[in-house]
Design a protein around this ligand. Structure first.
Ligand code: APR
Length: 174
């Protein structure tokens, strides 16, 4: 029986290069692109991605929407909108957990078996990565415990700091 942590990997790198069924985009409610990982994914996917996003009528924080991956190695992009950090008293933790949960539900519904997440909300949205990483790991572990269909979740970090936080969060769940 593989342990849950065997199905979760932490990697340092550029999520647009990941050869997985789906990569996750840390988007904004318009779904019309932005900077950070949103900008990188749109640049790598090409104009077809924005075209498809235009037809989606946005995405509220905590929810997720799926599109094709176009020129990306990944077949799909699942766009989710994390919370903007406002100090921790406005339900940010729950909204971040919801973004991970909504994304995993859509992945399962679409038969996705391998998926890569960036550190949602920890960039422009200001959510402290030390606080975000245990929330992300708990949500992902909880989902994998209930659902055998997803074989591998990769947490793609863009800094050593983020990688340390995710490895710490995973190690406390051994
Ligand atoms: N690969 C992996 N991770 C990346 C990449 C990349 N190519 N580029 C940035 N990141 C990391 C950042 O270092 C951060 O840890 O993704 C994490 C999320 O940061 P942002 O991309 O700024 O996303 P977020 O904090 O959720 O803010 C979303 O920013 O780009 C806009 O349109 C987006 O308005 C939305 C907001």
């Amino acid at each position: 029986m593989t342990s849950l942590n065997d199905r979760i990997e932490v990697a340092l790198g550029d999520i647009t290069k990941m050869e997985v069924d789906a990569i996750v985009n840390a988007a904004n409610p318009s779904l019309l692109g932005g900077k950070g990982v949103d900008g990188a994914i749109h640049r790598a996917a090409g104009p077809g991605l924005l075209e498809e996003c235009r037809g989606l009528d946005g995405c509220p924080p905590g929810e997720a929407r799926i599109t094709r991956g176009y020129r990306l190695p990944a077949k799909y992009v699942i766009h989710t909108v994390g919370p903007i950090w406002r100090g921790g008293g406005s339900g940010e933790d729950e909204l971040l957990a919801m973004a991970y949960r909504s994304t995993l539900l859509i992945a399962e519904e679409n038969g996705i078996r391998t998926i890569a997440f960036p550190a949602i909300s920890t960039g422009a949205y200001g959510f402290p990565v030390e606080r975000a990483s245990p929330i992300a790991v708990a949500e992902i572990r909880g989902f994998l415990e209930e659902n055998g269909s997803i074989e591998k979740v990769v947490l793609v970090c863009f800094s050593e700091r983020a990688k340390e936080c995710y490895l710490d969060a995973l190690s406390t769940c051994e």
